[in-house]
Design a protein around this ligand. Sequence first.
Ligand SMILES: *Cc1c(COP(=O)(O)O)cnc(C)c1O
Length: 397
Amino acid sequence: MLNQLSELAYFGGEPKFKEKLFVGRPNIGNRDILLNRINDMLDRRWLSNNGVFVQEFEQRLADYLGVKHCIAVCNGTIALELVIRALELKGEVIIPSFTFIATAHALQWQEITPVFCDVDPKTHTLNPAKVESLITPRTSGIMGVHVWGQPCDVESLTEIADKHQLKLMFDASHAFGCSHQGKMIGNFGNAEVFSFHATKFINAFEGGAIVTNDDDLNQKLRLMKNFGFSGFDNVIYLGTNGKMSEVSAAMGLTSLESIEEFIEVNRRNYYCYRESLANIPGITLFPVNEAEKHNYQYIVLEVDEEQSKVSRDLLIKILHAENVIARRYFYPGCHRMQPYRSYFPHACLLLPETEKLTQRVLILPTGTTISEDDINKVCSIIKFCIYNFSEITMYKK
Ligand SMILES: *Cc1c(COP(=O)(O)O)cnc(C)c1O
């Protein structure tokens, strides 16, 4: 497809894709079923406040995950904030910096200090030994993040939390449909949180859910997400508005019904990328553990510039010019964003692996809108760049 440099759009050629390929283009399930649900909802005139669809969505999620309680809420960030509050976290909570900013903000919003911990370069999740070294008398909890659907080292984190009497929760926004040691993500720690934002594996336009096996926590969370109301006119607790709307639950149910199809397409895409990108110097595809259930929702490359000779950022520029909107997650890392950058100006010194990952990771588009042909084209652009690195770097802008 590509023979010389001038054919790259970055160097003045025609973009190889007419329409932009995005990371996180929503998966839409069966449109007719969704529209029928919306019609039913309008006929019922029940649009929010624990409606029929929200109740059904919660039940189906709990069944799918094999967890006792599921509380649907309006988004993943509110879900995190509610759990943090319900677990009575305070002082300091240890989290990775290699995550979406909402993980940190959900704590800081409640004036709890997120203490950024480095990750294991192999799993991209919290390094348990480093977690333990960051525990102080002010520490009240640990929040792990199962990035890319890769489960944290749940056993070690549970042991550390028990030993130091800390609460343990997980931001499982990336990990719906994934398992760890044969058990679905959602069953670990005191509670786990999912996001059903439009860009996530299962979507409810905007949405989230908290899952827990703890009866008391469930009771508390149900009150807190609805202003603390216990029946008409009776408020017994401090709460907020975290309710999921019916239209969101209608989408969530429809999305959930297509889960096997979404997994199948994502898996096909993952294998297509894996085959196409095998044995390219400096390019590594983050592996999926085939022994577990997985959603294959993120195509994560690590670019090692010493070997690839083309930097991650130059590759991104070249791909963008071709209309492949690859992304740098989670650049530049929470610790380099405000307000954390001002609070902890030297945090980067304690986060060498996070710093490296934020310079190396590149996310490629996948999902139901992308064909195997598209993927082969994307990969041929990457391969062309790496195999022609000397010219590329000589003429780069
Ligand atoms: C998407 C995401 C969130 C936030 O979820 P919203 O539903 O968008 O509020 C939190 N943490 C991680 C890791 C996420 O990817």
